[in-house]
Design a protein around this ligand. Structure first.
Ligand code: LER
Ligand code: MN
Length: 286
């Protein structure tokens, strides 16, 4: 499991990513703190040079585990379930346009908010038909480039469906594409899942990426989520993907990034070091 941190390639109203700084300097800063990966949130891949990002990441010695795509929904209203077929087409085209950059960066492609809500007067069955058709086409195009996609369950206050791990796992079963998996986000899970570790276990067959944020969507350690059992559950599942901090930049990017790694890094190494490092006398001392 590797720690990553989500940053945006351009300014966005989505506040849970670092933004407004030179990308290369953010990447260098995160690498300097010890992050192994930098997740990139990109509104429009036509406005971004994947080569420049790849070079900055390679110079800093970090990977780009995933590309986030939700800004196209938040800033432009693109959605695979829009009642307007032209908008559905543009959303599908935007996702397809990400594939080249995802290939260049060796990144997963995230489909979260851009799947769109169930529109009023459309109904869940029709929205699901549109979504499954669009995801099927995208998955096949991704597969021809050796790429994988992850669908993110998003809490009920941001999306009127696909809120839970089970809902998304059902969607994946209906979709039947081998290269599409799931991305649980601890912020959304804390709202939707009765037991977060249990939900991670149910996601395991397709668990390829995880977003980390505390209960208040701030840096781990700022809220009431206990990351210890979550990371232990991921370790027990043999999860080897990224644990990527997608958090509000409070009080600042620098502080949030430093606090995240200070909180999470010791938990990632606990399983390997705890037994050997603790003297037996102290271990038994209650
Ligand atoms: C995106 O990863 C996410 O978690 C959503 O909440 C976007 O609003
Ligand atoms: Mn997320």
């Amino acid at each position: 499991m590797k720690l990553a941190y989500a940053i945006s390639a351009s300014p966005t109203r989505f506040a849970a990513v670092a933004q407004g700084r030179d990308l290369a300097s953010s990447i260098r800063h995160l690498a300097g703190l010890g992050y192994a990966g930098v997740e990139l949130a990109i509104r429009d891949p036509a406005q971004v040079s994947a080569d420049e990002i790849a070079e900055a990441a390679s110079r800093a010695g970090v990977t780009v585990p995933a590309i986030g795509t939700g800004q196209a929904y938040l800033e432009e209203g693109l959605a695979l379930t829009s009642p307007d077929p032209a908008v559905r087409e543009r959303a599908a085209a935007r996702l397809e346009a990400h594939l080249q950059g995802a290939e260049r960066l060796g990144a997963l492609l995230i489909v979260g908010l851009i799947h769109g809500p169930v529109p009023p007067d459309v109904g869940r069955d029709r929205a699901a038909e549109w979504l499954l058709a669009a995801l099927g086409r995208l998955a096949r195009r991704a597969r021809s480039r050796g790429l994988r996609i992850v669908i993110e369950p998003i809490n009920r206050y941001e999306s009127n469906w696909l809120n839970t791990v089970d809902e998304v796992m059902d969607l994946l079963t209906r979709l039947g594409e081998e290269n599409v998996g799931i991305l649980p986000d601890t912020f959304h899970m804390n709202i939707e899942e009765p037991d977060l570790s249990e939900a991670l276990r149910r996601a395991r067959p397709r668990l390829w990426h995880v977003h980390a944020a505390d209960s208040n969507r701030q840096a781990p350690g700022s809220g009431h989520l206990d990351f210890r059992p979550l990371i232990a559950a991921l370790g027990a599942l043999g999860y080897g993907g990224a644990l990527s901090a997608e958090i509000l930049q409070l009080p600042s990017f620098e502080t949030a990034a430093a606090q995240t790694i200070r909180t999470l890094a010791p938990l990632l190494s606990t399983r390997r070091t705890r037994r050997s490092n603790k003297p037996a006398a102290r271990r038994n001392a209650g």
